[in-house]
Each structure stands twice: as C-alpha cells, then as structure tokens.
Design a protein around this ligand. Structure first.
Ligand code: EPZ
Length: 419
C-alpha cells in the first residue's frame, strides 16, 4: 500500500529553470495491458516511474507475466504461455485503468473476470461502453456476485458505435479486435495521442490497426501477436502542469522532451492569458512577465482542452486579472480542490460543471488535502504561488501520475519537502 504522505511547500517566489518531462502515464498504461497479448517478450523504454505503473505491473504479474526493470526506465514484460484471467479486485479498485486488461485477456485467452473498477473520485466511472464493445465483438458477459465474467472462444470482428469517444473503451476494443476473426470498425472513437501510440504499438506486435487519431479505427484480426520494443511518448499533462508552475509564479521555465503538437490547446490558453510562450523543436519556454488575464476554458475530448488540465488551470485563473469561466464537460466533478483553493484566499463559485473564478492578488499558505491526482497537482501549483507555507496532505495521489515531483520542483527553485 502506498505511504500516506504530505508535501510541504514554501511558495511565493518566481520559478526559473528546466524540467525534463517523463513518459506519458496515459500512453504506457494501455500499452502495458496490451503487452499481455504478446507471445514473446516486450521491452518498453522511457516508462515513467509513477505509482500507476507500479499498480499495472502488479496486475500483469498477478496474471502471470514476468516483469523486470532492465534499467531505471526500461521495462521488460514476458507474458506466460497461458495467462490467468481473473484480475485482482484490490488492483481494480485502486486503479480504474486496470479495466484495460479485459480486451487483451479476451483476445489472448477468450476469458476475463473483473469486478467493477474504482480509481480517482472525479465522478461515477461506469464501464458500459467497454461492455457494449466486448458484446459487439461476440463476448458473452455474465454479471453476478460483484463479478463481471467475459467469455468468448473467439471474438468476431464487428461495427462498434461508441456513444461517446471514450478513451478507455476505444483502447479496450482496439485490443480485443486484434485477434478477432475478420474486420472491426470503431465509430466515434477517441482521438487522443495515446490512442495513436497504442495503434503504433499493436502494429509493431503484428496487429493490423489503422485510423487512430480519427474518429474511425479499423482493425483486421490476425492469429497472434509477438513481442516488440517501444519507447513511450512524453506526458502532455505533466508538461502542461509544469508550464502552469512557471506561469502561476511569474517565472521563466523551460519544459524539455515534449511533443509540441500534443500541447497546442494548453499553449493556446496560456497565450490567451498573455504569457510569452516560446516553442522549440521538443521544448517549450514560458515567461510570465506579468499577471495572466482572465479567460474562458471548456474541457473537451482531444484536440480540445484536456479535462486532465482543468484543475491546474483553475488554480492559475485564481490569480488572473478579472473573472474567468471554466466548464468541465467530460467528468462529473473536476472541482474537488476548489474548497481548499478558497481557504487559500481564492474567490470561486461553482454550479455543477461550471466554475466562476474572480482573480485575487494573492493566495496564502495553509494546510490542504489532495483528493485525486489532478486536484492534488492543482493544489501543489497553488502552493507555489501562495505566500508562506502550504502542506498538501494525501500527497500520494500526486505520485500516481507525476514522477519525482520533489526533484523536478526543486530543479526550478521550489522549497519543497515531503513528510
Ligand atoms: C482516460 O480515462 C484517462 N485515463 C483519464 O486520465 C482522462 O481524464 C480521460 O481518459 C479523458 O481524457 C487513462 O488514460 C488511464 P473516458 P477514461 O472513458 O478512459 C464516461 C488522469 O488524470 N464513460 O474517456 O476512464 C466517463 O465516466 C486520468 O490521468 C462512461 O460513461 O476516460 C467520463 O465521464 C483521469 N462509460 C467520460 O465517459 C464508459 O464505459 C470519459 O471517460 C466509459 C466512460
């Protein structure tokens, strides 16, 4: 179990320096799950050392795969000749992304047994789109005694229409379709960069997938998949979070090892606020010579503004000049940290998925508590700007998706300790 911890930050100074961005959490988790389908070892490079990777590792080992770190960031996954098909309930409850093993298990073993997943408390996290997708491919699904049992001797390719461009459902169906007999077309598919990465990885394993990045993905089933090597792309949400660290403190920060194209919606909003954004080939520099202007932000599926960046943007807008409107259209609640921001001096009113933020001149340090990964990151960002000391309790939420947050923040001048 993860250590309960707090981060203690002395804020109020402009940050300066460089941050190296790690591998993308939301790219590596589906790729690790998909590795279960390989009949020979998989080697993943630039794997981020974050807690969600540890949980997915535990999941793969529980299903029989042998996993080992070749070096600090290179992970070898060797699936067994026959996988276990029951995903441990503890892991499913701890991380919603564990549900991503269903497609690979069905594709490889024709069976998967899970319990409804848990994960971040950013609202109800149903899996109905996943169930509909597996059913469309011919799986028999029996729910009972808190378990969901998926069975299919062999899946059959089908036309699958997603009610919503769900990232996880798209990924699960892509995997299950890889060894289904015939052709599968996923309509209204998610278009996130992480979907493109999964397609690239599956094709390196011998699958035949095309169309990722558009709303229509086509998969031609093959007999089986083999191992491969793959390098994980940089994390666009970690990159956006550190850009806001530079902005919120009025600093000058260089973010290195990024794919600029994946950051466009975040960069556009920071530029709209008046910050000076300098693009390199694989880096971005943000210089926040002045206080940001208030703007409007609405989260949307990619390429719109990412829901995973909304809590962090709310912290930044708390100190902007003017009144900002923020609307969360993906999850039921991305505002769990707002009460704590108000205790730090922010002026925010929320009504359902809408937040109205009246910028203030300063925030003041106090003790706050992380409730989920991105809300925790947003509180850390607020603490960087706040006058005095802030203690962010339940800091382990942040470690789920941010590698070496103390080292990276110290590298840009933050006085931070963990306790
Ligand atoms: C992925 O979650 C990401 N997680 C999330 O990142 C991200 O916020 C989300 O996509 C949207 O971009 C990973 O990739 C591991 P969805 P996922 O299925 O797949 C509803 C982070 O902080 N829905 O696109 O769970 C759902 O409730 C995490 O890094 C159903 O109703 O997201 C939500 O309202 C948080 N039924 C919406 O769709 C379903 O069967 C989008 O969910 C599935 C989803």
């Amino acid at each position: 179990m993860r250590k309960i911890k707090s981060y203690v930050v002395k804020g109020g100074r402009p940050l300066e320096g460089k941050v190296d961005i790690s591998g993308a959490k939301n790219a590596v988790l589906p790729i690790m799950a998909a590795s279960l389908m390989a009949r020979s070892p998989v080697l993943l490079q630039r794997v981020p050392r974050i807690h969600d990777v540890d949980i997915m590792l535990e999941m793969l080992e529980a299903l029989g795969a042998a996993c080992s770190w070749e070096d600090a960031y290179t992970l070898r996954i060797s699936p067994p000749s026959e996988l276990g098909v029951t995903a441990p309930e503890k892991l499913l409850r701890e991380m919603r992304a564990s549900i991503l093993v269903v497609g690979p298990l069905l594709a490889r073993e024709g069976k998967a047994i899970v319990t409804p997943p848990g994960g971040c408390n950013i609202g109800p996290r149903p899996i109905d789109f996943h169930l509909k997708g597996m059913e469309a491919l011919g799986a028999e699904i029996v729910e009972g005694d808190g378990q969901i049992v998926f069975t299919s001797p062999r899946l059959t390719g089908a036309e699958v229409m997603l009610d919503y461009p769900s990232v996880g459902a798209t990924e699960n169906i892509m995997c299950a379709a890889c060894t289904a007999s015939g052709k599968t077309v996923i309509h209204n598919a998610a278009k996130e960069p992480e979907i493109i990465e999964l397609q690239n990885f599956l094709n390196l394993m011998g699958a035949r997938v095309k169309g990722a990045g558009t709303d229509r993905i086509t998969v031609y089933g093959v007999e089986e998949l083999h191992g491969t090597e793959y390098t994980v792309i940089p994390d666009r949400i970690e990159a956006g979070t550190y850009l806001i660290a530079g902005a919120i403190t009025g600093g000058d920060v260089l973010i290195q090892n990024v794919i600029i194209e994946h950051l466009e919606s975040t960069l556009a909003k920071l530029a709209e606020m008046g910050y000076d954004i300098q693009r390199g080939s694989d880096s971005v520099r943000i210089k926040a010579a002045r206080r940001g202007r208030a703007i409007g932000v609405r989260s949307m599926p990619y390429p719109g503004f990412p829901t995973d960046m909304l809590p962090q943007m709310i912290s930044l807008l708390s100190l902007a000049e003017g009144v900002s409107m923020v609307y969360e259209s993906v999850f039921a609640s991305r505002f769990k940290h707002v009460d704590d921001l108000i205790r730090m001096g922010a002026q925010i009113r929320t009504e359902g998925r809408l937040a109205i933020i009246t910028g203030v001149d300063r925030l003041r340090g106090t003790t706050v508590r992380a409730t989920d990964l991105r809300a925790g990151a947003a509180l850390i960002l607020a603490s960087l700007a706040a006058k005095g000391q802030t203690t962010v309790e339940n800091g382990e939420h942040i470690d789920r998706g941010y590698e070496d947050v103390v080292g990276k923040l110290r590298g840009i001048g933050v006085e931070i300790t963990e306790s």
